[in-house]
Every structure is written in C-alpha cells, then in structure tokens.
Design a protein around this ligand. Structure first.
Ligand SMILES: Cc1cc2nc3c(=O)[nH]c(=O)nc-3n(C[C@H](O)[C@H](O)[C@H](O)COP(=O)(O)OP(=O)(O)OC[C@H]3O[C@@H](n4cnc5c(N)ncnc54)[C@H](O)[C@@H]3O)c2cc1C
Length: 455
C-alpha cells in the first residue's frame, strides 16, 4: 500500500482531531531529509512503507552546498571522517571509484601572532617562552593531581580543561577558544561532548611538541574524504538518488509538518493528517515537543530548558589563492572577531575558479553586523588572504540551531523527553533530534539504528 492511500483530510485542523483506527500497515513517517532521515528511509526493509517529509525543496539539511559565481561553500567545513565499516561500505557504494578524494588534514592554531600545528596542547613550540613554561608546568601539575585517587570528576568544561591539560593550556587555548565558539563561558558547559573530539597527548608528546618535534596525526580526524567535484551535497544527493530508485514515492519535498497527534499516530502536513505506525523525527528536539498535542507538562518544561547556539559565518571569495597551507585554523585570540577560518580551496582547488580562493570565517559575535574591514585585516595578518583588496565578495550566512549546549540542565532534560517519546512510538534522532554533538557519519549511523527501531 502506498502512503497516499492512507492520507486523510481532517476538515478543520485547528480542532483536536477525531480518533482514528491505527493500522500496523501505516507507513513509517520520517521527518527531515538530512543525512539522518535519508539514512533511515534507505535502511528500512523494503516491506515497510515509508514517507520522508522535508520542508525544503532539496535534501541534505546541514550537509548542503551553496554555489555562487563559480565558488563553492558548505555550511562551513563539512569534512567526512569515516571509521565505521557499515558507513564506509555505504559511501563506497554510493560513489564511483575516484569520485571521493582522501585528504590528509592540515590544521593550525593562530595565536600570539604565530601559526602552531594542531593540536595546541602537543605543539607549544613557537609560543613565547614564558607561556611554554606556564603550559608545561600546568600540564605536569595536572598529571600529578590526576594520579590522586580522590581527585573529583570535573563538573564544567573549564574544570575538565584544567584537570586534563593544566591551567596554562586551559587559559591560553581551551577557555578562550570555547568561549568564542559557544558564545558563553566554559563554566556554563559540562564536558559531556568532548571525549572523542579533544585529543589527549601523553607527557612525551607534550614535551616533544614544546621542543618543536613534530606530532603526527593526533586526534580523531587526521584524514578525511571529500567529493572530488566540490560540495558535500554530493553525499545527500547520492543518498536521495538511491532512495528515488528503491522507493520512488517516499520522498516528499516542500512538506512541513506542524503538529503531531501522538494519540492517533498522525502528523499534520499542510491541511492533511498523515498517519504513521512509527514516527522518526530529525527536527530539533524542542521544536518537535512544542508540536506534539498533549505532551505532559514535565516534558514540555524539559524541552523549554534545552539551549543551542547559532552559527554565523562568512563565505569569502578571493581573486588569489590563500597564502596559507592549512585546511582550517583555530583562532583563540579574544580580540580577533572569529574563532575558526577554513580554506575550502586548499582542500580541493575545484571549490574556487582557477587561481582564486574560497574560505569560511566563523564569527564569534552572534548579534551585531560583522565589521568586514576589521575581519579582512585580521585574515590578511594571519595569512589566510593575501590582502583585503583581494576579496571579491563576502556573504554572511547563518544557522540558528548549530551546536546544542551541554549545559547543566542537559542530561536530565534529554532523559525525561526521550523516555516519554519512547512510550509514544516516536524516535527523535539525528544531531538535533537526539540533541547531541555528532558528525555526518554518526548521523548516517543513527539513521541505520532508527530503521532497525522502526522495523
Ligand atoms: C557548523 C557545522 C559544521 C559541521 N562540520 C562537520 C564536519 O566537518 N564533519 C562532519 O562529519 N559533520 C559536521 N557537522 C555535523 C553534520 O552537519 C551533522 O551531523 C548532520 O548534517 C546532521 O544531519 P541530520 O539529518 O541529523 O540533521 P539536519 O541536517 O539538520 O536535517 C534535518 C532536516 O529536517 C528538515 N526539517 C526541519 N524542520 C522540518 C519540518 N517542520 N518539516 C519537515 N522537515 C523539516 C530540515 O530542512 C533538514 O533537512 C557540522 C555541523 C555544523 C552545524
């Protein structure tokens, strides 16, 4: 049976919908055709009907690409790091050999007027000697403190940075960088999100890095893949094309859901109630809860306590290539109005016309219009662009919900919400549905898990 046969018109949709008979043959409804929703729909068994609702006119979610005057820009860096065999198999099946290029990461940290290799904690050489000493002494003190069996687990992200790396490394990198990235003090955050993403070097690596010895491949993302033609949207587009072959009617573009009637297992799309047997939602968790009729007060209150941080960045096109060699650079300096700069065209020259450069500049300020002359001056000073006059255009872009905040309300609130949803045959998953920090690969994996759950 196709999903269309189930669709019923409700008449006045503002009133509580009438009870309906729930049928096990109703389709699985998936909301959102980002990587999580696409993966869910692709991995459901063929005998389960599925409807994939996407409010926009194309698939991809955050993994979309903008193209302008021959320049290609993602939603800032979207580099594909794969470690799971199932995702590796899927990706190699979706692309022809050679259509993805493997790139060895080149990243730096621009601080105190100098460029250090990433990660800061293992590459202190080049900093003023007084700072190197402060960082090394702090690191040794942290090691001694950690050996104490009575040491308390750090409660905040700032405490975590001091406990793991010492006061000097925390104060010269982790605290300022994360204050700019999150737009809030690291005291307001827990360390729940960092374990996989912050490399922890050993004592020999920290001392070696302070002496100027090269520390190879530290961290989770030493190599990454990227579509050869330019633009990460090749990945969701390939998944969408595969879905169109396997299930020609499943994807419904320009379909925004506005309400969930969990009691009767149906979602409102436009004027039409779409029945479901199971609902998989990938939209931001607070937005889903706000749209469920009759969600219990404690769940509504928990959803209201969830916080996320928005992202504003510049797509920058230059008429000369970037003098830097790096793919992206972290900028912890508080007086520079951005925290990260990436150079797409260093990873893949096809991201800009021949002889030109395409960059992203992630802005710390979330409110006021960007001061472009100051930003270009800093970009030139750090060598990301040759000179301000080389900028062909700079366009500001924004994502309102980019990084969910691991604040002190997070753990209890998310547990309360997900426990209740599980009683309603609703799975809220993906980066924003689960309300987590994750990568594209993780989102594809969550889609596979969601398909298992719904099947
Ligand atoms: C700034 C930034 C940089 C990142 N860099 C990297 C990186 O370098 N490498 C990496 O692996 N990952 C990166 N990520 C993470 C990656 O983008 C995510 O893991 C992944 O794209 C999330 O996919 P998703 O499907 O869970 O969510 P989304 O991509 O948000 O998809 C949700 C979909 O739901 C749709 N939708 C919303 N509301 C409705 C509605 N009412 N009705 C119907 N549809 C709706 C949206 O249009 C969207 O298509 C980055 C993320 C950000 C924000």
């Amino acid at each position: 049976m196709t999903s269309g046969e189930h669709t019923q018109s409700s008449g006045d949709v503002s009133r509580a919908p009438a009870a309906r008979r729930i049928a096990s043959a109703d389709p699985v409804v998936v909301i959102g055709a980002g990587l999580t929703g696409l993966s869910t729909a692709l991995h459901l068994p063929q005998d389960r009907a599925v409807v994939l609702l996407e409010r926009d006119d194309r698939v991809g979610g955050k993994a979309r690409t903008a193209r302008h005057e021959g320049f290609t820009f993602d939603v800032t860096g979207h580099w594909l790091h794969l470690r799971d065999d199932r995702v590796k198999a899927l990706v190699s099946d979706l692309f022809e050999p050679g259509d993805l290029v493997e790139i060895e990461r080149r990243t730096g940290i621009y601080t105190h007027g100098t460029m250090l290799p990433y990660p800061f904690q293992a590459n202190l050489h080049g900093l003023p000697l007084s700072i190197v000493r402060e960082c090394l002494v702090g690191f040794v003190e942290a090691q001694v403190a950690a050996a104490n069996p009575d040491a308390l687990a750090p409660k905040t992200f700032a405490d975590f940075a001091v406990a793991r790396f010492g006061r000097g490394i925390a104060e010269h990198f982790f605290v300022p960088y994360n204050t700019k990235l999150w737009g809030t003090s690291p005291d307001a955050l827990t360390a729940d999100w960092v374990q996989r993403f912050v490399p922890v070097p050993d004592v020999a690596q920290v001392i070696g890095g302070a002496l100027g010895l090269v520390q190879e491949g530290l961290g989770y993302n030493a190599r990454f893949l990227y579509p050869k033609a330019g633009g990460i949207d090749a990945l969701p587009n390939a998944m969408g094309a595969r879905l169109a072959v396997a299930r020609p009617d499943a994807l419904k573009l320009r379909q925004q859901f506005t309400r969930v009637d969990a009691r009767n297992r149906q979602v409102l799309v436009g004027e039409t109630w779409q029945p479901y047997s199971k609902l998989v939602s990938t939209v931001p968790l607070p937005r889903l809860i706000a749209r469920i009729d009759g969600a219990p007060p404690e769940v509504v209150a928990a959803a209201k306590s969830l916080r996320a941080v928005g992202w504003r960045w510049l797509d920058v096109a230059t008429k000369t290539p970037s003098p830097l060699d790096e793919h992206w650079v972290y900028v912890p300096e508080m007086d520079i109005p951005f925290f990260r700069v990436g150079i797409y065209s260093n990873a893949l020259p096809a991201m800009a016309p021949p002889g030109c450069g395409s960059l992203y500049v992630e802005l710390s300020d979330r409110d006021t219009p960007p001061d472009l002359p100051t930003i270009f001056k800093h970009l030139a000073a750090m060598g990301a662009i040759t000179r301000p006059e080389d900028v062909l255009f700079a366009r500001m872009r924004e994502v309102r919900c980019a990084y969910v905040m691991f604040d002190h309300a997070y753990a209890e609130a998310t547990a309360t919400i997900h426990a209740w949803l599980a009683t309603q045959d609703i799975l809220s998953t993906g980066r924003y549905g689960a309300w987590i920090y994750n990568s594209m690969e993780d989102s594809i994996l969550l889609g596979m898990d969601a398909a298992d759950w719904a099947a």
